[in-house]
Write a protein that binds this ligand. Sequence first.
Ligand SMILES: Nc1ncnc2c1ncn2[C@@H]1O[C@H](COP(=O)(O)OP(=O)(O)OP(=O)(O)O)[C@@H](O)[C@H]1O
Ligand SMILES: [Mg+2]
Length: 288
Amino acid sequence: MLLQINDLTKRYVKGKTALNKFNYEFTDGIYGLLGPNGAGKSTLMNIITQNLAPTSGEVLADGKNAAESGREYRKLLGFMPQQQALYPDFTLTRFLYYMAALKGISKKEAAPQIEDLIERVNLSEHSRSKLGGFSGGMRQRALLAQALLGDPKIVILDEPTAGLDPKERIRLRNLIAETAFDKIVIIATHVVPDIEFIAKEVLLLKDGEIVGSGAPTELCGGVSGKVFEVIIEQDRLPELQKNALIANITHEGERLCVRVICDDAPEAEHRAVSPTLEDLYLYHFGEY
Ligand SMILES: Nc1ncnc2c1ncn2[C@@H]1O[C@H](COP(=O)(O)OP(=O)(O)OP(=O)(O)O)[C@@H](O)[C@H]1O
Ligand SMILES: [Mg+2]
């Protein structure tokens, strides 16, 4: 599958651009769309899934214009939106049959898929429970199952781990990683570990524009030589904060070990360390 995004622009109101001439080519594999609140992640995802019309630009799936293919294109899609209304009185099974019907999948076709998906997202014991009684993690897994109905080739997940505890977060991340063999999976998040180890490529989005993209290790190279660990007395911290972005602080006896990101090596005693994607995120989105 090839998903091409050409010059996609969205202006909700005059003067403010939520997405600005976004261009990218997606092939099978997992992509992480990283950016702070308001970066334009949901805007991009809502346009790709045709829940929102772009101001200009186009989306092509295997070379075919998505706007022209309409239904054919939407059949390729699985979507887990950021704001989801669940039906509290539906059981999980009923919810999935309902979603399958909306996607135009017959009951007969849906039955084995639903059984398989419920098992994959580890909800077999709850298939006849009402969604209203589901915990946050169970809800997100139910919504992932819904997104995977019909074996979509383009799966769009908008902050799938929002509100989950670390255990559920890891569980959902593994589930996503397992399902991604022959698909384009795009995950929007502001939580770096959600995508750090599973994404083939990461796109950093800021104010509607890509400020960096590539394989995670490649991207980290962008801040190599800019990440340091500094050992300082506690009272020197404010001074350091003025000149560098603080990634992490740990206590070492009376002193502090501070991980900083800055263009020039700090004056205090320091050692260079290899950058992580989180460092890169801070470098682009953090503030001095
Ligand atoms: N319906 C709307 N009407 C007007 N402006 C909007 C609308 N939806 C989004 N915006 C604006 O577009 C920009 C991008 O918003 P978007 O929701 O795409 O960001 P996001 O990266 O998904 O953020 P978050 O991490 O908070 O979900 C923001 O400035 C937002 O205020
Ligand atoms: Mg969003």
